[in-house]
Design a protein around this ligand. Structure first.
Ligand SMILES: Nc1ncnc2c1ncn2[C@@H]1O[C@H](COP(=O)(O)OP(=O)(O)OP(=O)(O)O)[C@@H](O)[C@H]1O
Length: 223
């Protein structure tokens, strides 16, 4: 894998060098408190696993970090400022959430070519990405003709191919077999070694063990 020579070495962050600072974050959805007084600090180069039972607020926290869910109270800072849904923010942040909308008529390979074309310095070239994500033999297939796990590998390939400084991953293990879950842990470790920061919501204990584990249920003591 070829490390990017730019984004991942970007040292900027919060006042103390942290990439993420969350203070007293409260989120209400449909009138119900989902996150209450949550605090979290993530330093550059950390892998943080957000863990906890269904419905405890893991995805909500990730959406707040991505600027996609407004807070009802408290503060969220990513790279020293509030996360905003704009081009400058998304140049540094790569998000893997629900399955993306696939372009009709494009193959798996062409989806990755598109990603490589719109990002000036991809972290790896398309053929390498197909190899790393075990998709060489299915590269000419349309995403909707791939298996669930293969489609998840394609989503991960697109997310990890583009340069970024912060990865926000919501259940990246979805649909992956045990072997590829272990491979994913290695890929995230490599990203971290390049200077990247990872925050992932996960139910996979093996994957979570590769990071510092925090839980939205233990509000205020997550860091
Ligand atoms: N749009 C919404 N309106 C009202 N409540 C919502 C909405 N979206 C989510 N919730 C509720 O907020 C809580 C937190 O949801 P969230 O998706 O963050 O949980 P999670 O920890 O990611 O769960 P899972 O492990 O199942 O993915 C849940 O109780 C959920 O039912």
């Amino acid at each position: 894998m070829r490390a990017s020579d730019s984004n991942l070495s970007d040292p900027s962050g919060g006042s103390d060098g942290s990439v993420i600072e969350v203070e007293d974050l409260t989120v209400e959805l449909g009138g119900n408190p989902v996150l209450r007084g949550l605090g979290l600090t993530v330093a550059r180069g950390e892998i943080v696993a957000v863990v906890g039972p269904n419905g405890c607020g893991k995805s909500t926290l990730l959406r707040c970090l991505a600027g996609l869910q407004p807070a009802s109270g408290g503060e969220v800072r990513v790279f020293g400022g509030p996360p905003v849904d704009d081009a400058a923010f998304w140049r540094r942040v790569a998000l893997l959430g629900d399955e993306p909308a696939w372009y009709p008529g494009l193959t798996a390979r062409e989806h990755l070519e598109l990603m490589a074309a719109v990002h000036p310095r991809p972290r790896m070239d398309v053929e390498l990405a197909l190899e790393v994500f075990a998709l060489v033999e299915r590269g000419d297939a349309a995403p909707l003709n791939l298996s669930t796990g293969q489609r998840q590998r394609l989503s991960l390939a697109a997310t990890l191919l583009r340069p970024s400084a912060l990865l926000l991953l919501d259940e990246p293990e979805r649909g992956l077999d045990a072997g590829f879950r272990r491979r994913l842990a290695e890929l995230l470790e490599a990203y971290r070694e390049e200077g990247g920061t990872v925050v992932m919501a996960t139910h996979d204990e093996g994957l979570a063990a590769h990071g510092r584990q925090v839980s939205p249920t233990s509000a205020g003591v997550t860091a």
